[in-house]
Design a protein around this ligand. Structure first.
Ligand code: CP3
Length: 348
């Protein structure tokens, strides 16, 4: 199988020659080549220049031999076109200058149009696809999830307790609904445009939904996420859709039943086998090595932890090996490569 065939088969719960692997944030600051480029260009600069985002997207394919590339971009990128003003600050993340705290701000969010607002992403996908032809490596497109984007818009930046977001959600349903409706329309348009441009699969990063109770997730978020997945399932039934969050064990059942996705991507806090019992073994799972394991100096320890993930996933119909969240900045590249090789050679 080629890497793309292997990745797609696992995402569809079909048999594979060996387990496919890629890492969230595999194109990032732990790569010396990326750091070198980043001296001259900001994250947003790179995202907006297709030749540069192509180069960065391909770095881990060459360095690590992963089965899938993921387009280099940020979840905030599509929001500029909606009229949101923000910066990206190193080690903190997005900082929003035009926060959404009342209904007028939600109503002012402009309708997103992919060709007008993110032409560089669509162009990037086309030229990355060309480069990936030779090895037939898969390409994943992505978007932030509606809650995760909303939390940045309301809080203005990363948050520990999401008090402003929850305050708005409970006390001002009109604003919440207006904002979430516009964000979910943007997300499905954005993912559709990436599929049309040529990505093989899409991932919805609703990274911060784990802060919500089951009841709040089901009432305030899942209906919007469901809109997104239903539309994509209708328009692109054959393109795998991966649904990701952290701290989501309590939400998995609701995510599956009330929101959707073909593959669920889980963090390291629970074994894959435990998630598999909740989701049912017919649902493919992506994950879930603790990212910090790649900081270990002892290869025997890394092997042991990697093997444990493979063992936990052995009862599933589909497994895409990944970390539970993004690659950490301090990660030695050799350790990331070691795990890719380990997964390939120990699952054939
Ligand atoms: O890894 C890197 O350093 C690359 C450059 C970079 C990106 N975003 C690209 C990106 C940087 C410095 C950012 C800023 C940013 N944006 C941060 C802080 C990062 C830090 O620690 O300095 C955060 C938290 C965001 C918001 C954001 N972007 C979220 C919540 C997500 C979803 C994934 C997650 O980590 O939960 C993103 C996606 C994102 N930003 C990707 C990339 C290349 C996407 C996909 C991937 O490669 O997995």
């Amino acid at each position: 199988m080629t890497p793309r065939e292997r990745f797609l088969a696992a995402a569809r719960g079909e048999s594979v020659d060996y387990t496919p692997v890629w890492f969230m944030r595999q194109a990032g600051r732990y790569l010396p080549e990326y750091r070198e480029l980043h001296v001259k260009y900001s994250v947003l600069d790179i995202c907006k220049m297709p030749e540069l985002s192509k180069e960065v997207t391909l770095m881990p394919v060459k360095e690590l031999g992963v089965d899938s590339a993921i387009m280099f971009a940020d979840i905030m990128l599509p929001l500029e076109g909606m009229g949101v003003k923000f910066h990206i600050i190193e080690n903190l993340g997005p900082v929003i200058l035009s926060k959404v705290r009342e209904v007028s701000a939600a109503e002012e969010l402009k309708k997103f149009e992919a060709k007008r607002d993110v032409p560089f992403v669509l162009e990037g996908i086309k030229i990355v696809k060309e480069e990936l032809m030779e090895t037939d490596t898969a390409l994943i497109g992505f978007s932030g999830g509606p809650f995760t984007i909303a939390s940045y818009l309301v809080e203005g930046q990363a948050s520990r307790d999401y008090s402003n977001t929850k305050n708005l959600m409970y006390n001002d349903r009109e604003t919440w609904h207006a904002m979430m409706t516009k964000l979910s329309a943007m997300v499905s348009d954005y993912l559709s445009a990436q599929i049309e441009a040529g990505v093989d699969a899409v991932q919805l990063f609703d990274s911060w939904i784990g802060t919500l109770s089951i009841l709040d997730y089901s009432e305030f978020v899942a209906p919007y996420t469901k809109e997104i997945f239903s539309r994509l399932a209708h328009d692109y039934p054959d393109v795998p859709k991966i649904h990701f969050g952290t701290n989501i064990f309590h939400l998995l059942k609701s995510m599956k039943e009330n929101a959707g996705g073909d593959v669920f991507s889980i963090d390291w806090r629970i074994p894959i086998s435990t998630a598999g019992r909740v989701l049912g073994k017919e649902i493919p799972i992506q994950g879930n090595l603790e990212p910090a394991v790649l900081l270990a100096r002892d290869r025997e320890f890394i092997s042991r932890r990697t093997q444990e993930v493979l063992d936990q996933a052995s009862g599933l119909n589909g497994h895409i090996f990944n970390l539970g969240h993004g690659v950490m900045r301090e990660t030695p590249v050799e350790n990331a490569k070691y795990v890719v090789d380990y997964v390939h050679s120990h699952t054939s």
